[in-house]
Design a protein around this ligand. Structure first.
Ligand SMILES: [Zn+2]
Length: 422
């Protein structure tokens, strides 16, 4: 990581705009745009396309350790025979290295910030800061309707929030992560709601991922998960609802009124066969800011927002019409709306915004001929199209290389094999 307080990106083309411009960055912020006359410590000048970086609104970063460990299985069988038994053996060190591995993969594909829901949040925070990225971090709260377990989970949340509050706020934002309606009791949700009221921290939750989840909840409670969570105060302005696949038109209007940020995870949804497709275009038409997430690497198996944008666009078209989720819309989901959901002032190339920026190689085959850069980023770019990644004014990748990445990859491989044999 190269720490410089001033950067000048000289005379570049910018995605979504005409002509060339220069961008001056100071102390992590975009300070000046246009014909910049000032000098800077670092200057980037070359055949680049400048873009805002991407914001991944749903993942379990350290699940990179389970990449390829169990594929092509039924969801319940996959969870109960592959994932949960091994997750029970996770240690803090595994989470740290798994999260750093995730961050390296995200940097290579243009993501600088993510929403995380997993274990050992202090280790996640350290990995985020050490790798130079940013995150909205929560521990997954799962009480399985058991009082003793709930008490333990509450203690874990309290300690986790305290630890997260020790990190620089522009890098690490604390959050609350009740896992889902089928793993958290009413009392558990009430605790989360009270904690959110008390602290103002946003909530992230899995919502209506599979058809079974919806049908079983309706059978047991006689009401829909959306109404239940709304009445409990879990669905509130700013809540990130991962998946949100199985929705009625009425529920779409409700979510729009509340002001949640759904996280569309098309690749994970298809791989786990959730028997549905998020009606993303209809949700956007009703005023919802739909964002994009990769979900964990166990169900994706990558954390690549370039792929996620393309899959989201294609899936929407496959569902209804080729005009649904055009490139400009999915690009906005991955940048501006994603940043807003995570609570970071990024996702736009404008004065006063955080300098979370990407330099794509304009001479790369995927940007040739280069008629429409938004289209190139969404439909043809790959991680090899990306040259430089800047996060809060720090250069995390240059020339396609993240400094020290081999060591992180080797260490992550080591802890992963150890975990699988435990
Ligand atoms: Zn998830």
């Amino acid at each position: 990581m190269i720490n410089t307080s001033t950067i000048l990106i000289k005379d570049v083309e910018v995605v979504g705009r005409r002509g060339r411009t220069s961008v001056y960055i100071e102390d992590g912020k975009i300070v000046e745009l246009g014909e910049v006359k000032v000098e800077a410590e670092r200057v980037f000048k070359g055949n680049y396309v400048l873009s805002p970086a991407f914001y991944n609104t749903h993942t379990h970063a350290a699940m990179t350790l389970f990449r390829g460990y169990g594929d092509d299985m039924e969801l319940q069988e996959w969870l109960t025979t592959k994932i949960w038994p091994k997750e029970a053996n996770l240690r803090e060190e595994d989470i740290y290295w798994g999260t750093r591995l995730a961050a390296i993969e995200m940097i290579h594909s243009g993501t600088v910030a993510f929403a995380d829901m997993y274990f050992y949040v202090e280790a996640v925070g350290r990995a985020v800061v050490d790798q130079g990225v940013r995150a909205l971090i929560s521990g997954g709260f799962i009480d399985l309707f058991d009082e003793d377990r709930r008490e333990r989970e509450i203690k874990t949340v309290e300690a986790g929030l305290k630890a997260l509050e020790g990190f620089p706020r522009e890098r690490v934002r604390p959050s609350l992560g009740p896992h889902a309606v089928y793993t958290v009791s009413k009392e558990g949700f009430e605790y989360i709601r009270d904690k959110a009221d008390e602290t103002g921290y946003p909530i992230q939750i899995h919502l209506l991922e599979t058809r079974e989840e919806l049908e079983e909840f309706l059978k047991e409670h006689g009401t829909s998960p959306i109404r239940y969570l709304q009445e409990l105060g879990i669905l509130r302005r700013g809540t990130i609802t991962a998946h949100s696949v199985h929705l009625t038109d009425d529920e779409i209007r409700t979510l729009s009124r509340i002001g949640v940020y759904p996280s569309h995870c098309p690749i994970s949804n298809m791989k786990l066969s959730v028997k549905g497709i998020m009606p993303a275009q209809r949700m956007i038409n009703s005023g919802i800011k739909v964002t994009l997430g990769t979900d964990g690497a166990a169900s994706n198996n990558s954390l690549n927002m370039l792929e996620e944008m393309k899959f989201a666009a294609l899936l929407a078209k496959g569902l209804s019409a080729p005009t649904d989720l055009p490139a400009e819309t999915v690009f906005k989901m991955a940048t501006e709306w994603g940043a807003e959901a995570l609570g970071f002032r990024g996702g736009r190339i404008e004065e006063g915004y955080d300098a979370d920026l990407l330099l794509f190689r304009k001479d790369h085959y995927s940007f040739t001929p280069g008629y429409n850069f938004t289209s190139d980023i969404v439909y043809s770019a790959t991680p090899s199209s990306l040259d430089t990644v800047i996060c809060l004014g720090e250069v995390l990748m240059e020339g396609g290389v993240v400094e020290g990445e081999e060591d992180v990859i080797n260490k992550a491989r080591e802890v992963a094999y150890d975990l699988i044999q435990r």
